[in-house]
Design a protein around this ligand. Structure first.
Ligand SMILES: [Zn+2]
Length: 113
């Protein structure tokens, strides 16, 4: 498990009225990480602007799948399998799912039939 938090350096910027405002730098485009494990995902265009998203067709922008661009393949499959285990097989309960991925499993449960 790698889930380390991305820390941004707050910067103090003096305003015209002498007040100091702490500005959190947005930094460069951060790469999209999986919402559960934080892994950098394939298939998602990270850059914005002319050379980025706009040139790509819709299907190229993000994987055209459930949780595409949100979860990595591994966690997505996991969520779907867990959802199926709960909804179809009934051998798991939502309480068995970790808090972090529970939301996604619930979402997947709505999609699996
Ligand atoms: Zn993941």
């Amino acid at each position: 498990m790698s889930g380390h938090a991305i820390t941004r350096n707050p910067k103090r910027r003096k305003m015209g009225n002498g007040k100091v405002k702490i500005v959190y730098s947005k930094g460069k485009h951060t790469k999209h990480g999986c919402a559960i494990c934080g892994a950098i995902m394939q298939g998602v265009v990270n850059s914005r602007g002319s050379s980025g998203v706009r040139k790509k067709s819709k299907s190229e922008r993000r994987p055209n799948a459930i949780f595409g661009g949100i979860l990595c393949t591994k966690c997505r499959e996991r969520a779907i399998i867990d959802a199926a285990s709960i909804k179809i097989c009934g051998d798991k309960r939502i309480e068995d799912i970790s808090i972090k991925s529970r939301h996604f499993v619930e979402e997947a449960m709505k999609r699996v039939c």
